[in-house]
Write a protein that binds this ligand. Structure first.
Ligand code: HEM
Length: 437
């Protein structure tokens, strides 16, 4: 019997509380200690441009592009209050993402240090070991084998949309799609999917905090979800020991049993896939649907020629950058356009700014599905290039194709509410009226 996700037994909660020390609290304490010792940009030369732009504030999340334009006027801009060096030009962000031997991910990818042992937040050799465990599941070939499952899940969501009624496409389609897909890949029993989403949602904020106080607050509010998820995943992996299945939880259990992953790493792996794969895909799909609802010509063009759908997905990724920025820490002095960022300095890589840099993409604010999007950085670049990029693309293309198959038109039925998760970008609510024959 699978464990009850929402009501773990008290003994399991006690065990999860102990493991939270390794999984969460120790990485927070280490991150905070490193943050305190980090060089601050106050000492940077006086002629280096300063900014007060804070990418985590809701107004800036809703529209960061005017600020990005100003940041791109210089190779490097510093924000003294946040204690960071900011990069916004395509060439510099691209080079920084590639330069993972000097720009480390070990202290996390958000503004404050937080480095649990997960692939996103690891340097080699740990990164190589961690990535190796799940990489075979996310190759283009493996992901393509999921096509019929993904089609079925998309079909279920789209079939439920009624003609003429106002419906929030975020709640009806863009949220359930990715969570259901990753739950299926992990091997989570289907009856648990709705609660699985509710619990996993509590973790999305973990990678976003701006201050140590916020890190502690977010962790505190995530603890219940952590206990539930840890207990559930541990029990599911234990079940795989006796009864292996063709799923990712079995793969994680095998890696744990052979010592390739520690107990914590096996659990945290399932968690990072949830955090990295859900809201990001929700946002990409949501942004493309928003364009389709606003632009009937685009809708008709894609409906008539489905070979354009993958291009539209790629261009939406460039235009919208569901992951707007990440951070790195310089392990040695790092030079950008004549400015030297000191060792230990925290650097923000604005993928979203790079993707709208007119030096790389002409008329960059315009969504143009016919443009050449080669080189866009929506899925990152280099060592940490998105593990789930093929999956995210397949999910988005499949969902949009299903919608175009079934629906004759989309029309906005109210204001689009924008998400407020720092570093992510996309609609949190997309009310539309569906037209179908
Ligand atoms: C539209 C959807 C997605 C976008 C825009 C996106 C974007 C990104 C970006 C920009 C990075 C690089 C982070 C960095 O430079 O530090 C990344 C890494 C990662 N993504 Fe995605 N992602 C998406 C979907 C997914 C999905 C569906 C999964 C898995 C289920 C996933 C799993 C990961 C993992 C594990 C990493 C870390 C890889 C590493 O460090 O080697 N992502 N993603």
């Amino acid at each position: 019997m699978p464990t009850d996700l929402l009501r773990p037994p008290p003994r399991a909660i006690a065990a999860a509380a102990r493991s939270s020390l390794t999984d969460l609290w120790r990485p927070v304490a280490t991150g905070a200690y490193r943050d305190i010792r980090r060089p601050r940009p106050q000492a940077a030369p006086k002629d280096l441009p300063r900014t007060i732009f804070d990418p985590t504030l809701p107004d800036n999340i809703a529209n960061p592009h005017p600020a990005f334009e100003r940041i791109r006027e210089h190779p490097v801009v510093v924000n003294e209050r946040l204690g960071v060096w900011m990069l916004g030009r395509y060439e510099d962000v691209h080079a920084a993402a590639r330069n993972s031997d000097v720009l480390s991910s070990r202290d996390g990818v958000s503004l404050r240090g937080f480095g649990p042992s997960v692939v996103l937040i690891a340097d080699p050799p740990d990164h190589t070991r961690l990535r190796h465990v799940a990489a075979p599941v996310f190759t283009k070939r493996s992901v393509n084998q999921l096509t019929s499952d993904i089609q079925q899940l998309a079909g279920e969501c789209v079939a439920a949309l009624r003609s003429g009624e106002a419906v929030d496409l975020v709640a009806a389609l863009t949220i359930p799609m990715p969570i259901n897909v990753i739950a299926a890949i992990l091997g989570v029993p289907r009856e648990h999917w709705p609660t699985f989403r509710a619990v996993s949602d509590r973790f999305a904020q973990l990678f976003a905090p701006r201050s140590l106080v916020e890190v502690t607050r977010v962790l505190g509010s995530s603890l219940q979800g952590y206990f539930q998820m840890r207990t559930f995943m541990d029990a599911e992996m234990r079940r795989r020991r006796a009864d292996p299945a063709d799923d990712l939880l079995t793969r994680l259990e095998v890696a744990r049993a052979t010592g390739e992953l520690s107990d914590s790493e096996a659990f945290l792996y399932s968690l990072i896939l949830l955090v990295a794969g859900n809201e990001t895909t929700t946002n990409l799909l949501g942004m493309l649907l928003m364009h389709l609802a606003r632009d009937p010509e685009l809708f008709e063009e894609l409906k008539a020629d489905r070979t354009l759908v993958p291009r539209a997905v790629e261009e939406t990724a460039r235009w919208g950058s569901p992951v707007q920025w990440v951070t790195r820490v310089a392990t040695a002095p790092y030079e950008v356009g004549g400015t030297v960022i000191p060792a230990g300095g925290k650097v923000v890589l604005f993928y979203a700014s790079a993707n709208r840099d007119p030096r790389k993409f002409s008329d960059p604010d315009r969504l143009d599905i016919h443009r050449d999007t080669t080189g866009h950085l929506a899925f990152g670049h280099g060592l940490h290039f998105c593990l789930g990029a093929h999956l995210a693309r397949l999910e988005t293309v499949t969902a949009v194709n299903h919608l175009l198959d079934e629906v004759d038109g989309l029309e906005l039925a109210g204001p689009v509410r924008w998400g407020t998760t720092p570093s992510l970008q996309g609609p949190a609510s997309l009310p539309v009226r569906i037209r179908r024959q």
